[in-house]
Design a protein around this ligand. Structure first.
Ligand SMILES: NC(=O)c1ccc[n+]([C@@H]2O[C@H](COP(=O)([O-])OP(=O)(O)OC[C@H]3O[C@@H](n4cnc5c(N)ncnc54)[C@H](OP(=O)(O)O)[C@@H]3O)[C@@H](O)[C@H]2O)c1
Length: 310
């Protein structure tokens, strides 16, 4: 099969499309013929090796964790899928999405793709929507709460804004000056231009006392203290990137990440198929340009997801 391959840790420019053996599904595994994949920040750091201590990979390495395709074959014990099923999955890093075939587990991280979703829409859903859903669950904010989403135009942020609005929360969202229409379209009540205003001050102006929850999808480590300042005393700072256990003010830090609880991915896909959840695709690249897609991701402003179609 053709795959986008890294032969060792190093810059994205080393990636090349090469021939690799098509994997065979073991027990509990499903072989998927890719129709589309979507990109995530983790793809880049796994290629460069920036996280090699925490998340080592073996080479040749194929990046990509968001999968959309058709079931080609199933391993022993697989009960939920048969060949020919359209499927989407948030995959482990072991069998990358940027290849003609990938292995996924017969697990809650995989679901049937509704017929109303295109392959690219299916690919753009799993990591972004599952992560947003998990972070909202972590925050457990009651209806009527006011929340700030920092990094709202990104892959996770675009779903966080929508799911927060669905949960009856007042949503402040950060973006660039020309992102206001996009973010309001997702359900943001207020858009804060993070390059022009002080985010914490503006949040306290719009939500007197501060936000009940700050979802910070852009900053990590000590930098989170600046956005934690947007939360009210007794409020929460929620991040998928990690940071200090506490801040020098009364704000609780909660760190979480992508989780696929049973039925969640199927439910999100069903919502999207009914038009109740928008799948924001910034741009779609052909597989032949998959390396360029990864180079562009993070290097230019992206609204939602970048997908790669086979
Ligand atoms: N722990 C986990 O399981 C997990 C899961 C998924 C994602 N993540 C991490 O969560 C982060 C967000 O993921 P993603 O897929 O949404 O990434 P993404 O698509 O690259 O989005 C990042 C967003 O942050 C914005 N941003 C960058 N600097 C900013 C700043 N100083 N202030 C406000 N916004 C800023 C970007 O806007 P501009 O385009 O304007 O710069 C963009 O909207 C990534 O770092 C990813 O690695 C972790």
């Amino acid at each position: 099969m053709k795959a986008l391959v890294a032969r060792s840790y190093g810059p994205l420019e080393q990636l090349e499309i090469a021939e690799l053996p098509t994997p065979a599904p073991g027990p509990g595994q499903v072989l998927v013929r890719l129709e589309a994949a979507a990109l995530n920040a983790v793809d880049k750091v796994l290629v460069t090796g920036a996280m090699r201590d925490a998340l080592p990979v073996t080479h040749p390495f194929v990046p990509g964790v968001d999968i959309s395709g058709t079931v080609e074959a199933v391993g022993a014990g697989v009960t939920r899928f048969v060949p020919g099923d359209p499927v989407i999955a948030w995959n482990s890093v072991a069998s990358g999405a940027l290849a003609e075939y990938a292995l996924i587990d017969d697990a809650p991280s995989a679901a049937r793709r509704p017929v109303d979703l295109t392959p690219a829409q299916g690919a753009a859903l799993p990591t972004g929507a599952l992560t947003a859903s998990a972070l909202l669950e972590l925050a457990d904010a009651p209806r009527g709460s006011g929340v700030l989403v920092v990094g709202a135009t990104g892959g996770v942020g675009s779903y966080t804004v929508q799911l927060a609005r669905q949960a009856g929360l007042t949503v402040l969202a950060t973006g660039r000056s020309d992102d206001a229409t996009y973010l309001r379209g997702l359900g943001a009540d207020h858009v804060l231009d993070y390059r022009a205003v002080d985010i914490a001050e503006e949040t306290h102006r719009l939500l007197p006392g501060g936000a009940d929850v700050v979802f910070d999808l852009a900053n990590a480590g000590p930098a989170l203290a600046a956005t934690a300042a947007a939360a009210r005393p007794g409020g929460l700072l929620v991040s998928p990137l990690g940071g200090p256990p506490s801040f020098d003010r009364d704000v609780t830090a909660l760190y979480g990440g992508t989780r696929a609880v049973d039925g969640r991915l199927a439910a999100l896909a069903a919502q999207a198929a009914k038009g109740e959840l928008r799948i924001p695709i910034d741009s779609d690249y052909p597989f032949a340009q998959a390396r360029q897609a990864l180079v562009d991701f993070g290097a230019r402003h992206v609204r939602g997801k970048i997908t790669v179609t086979f």
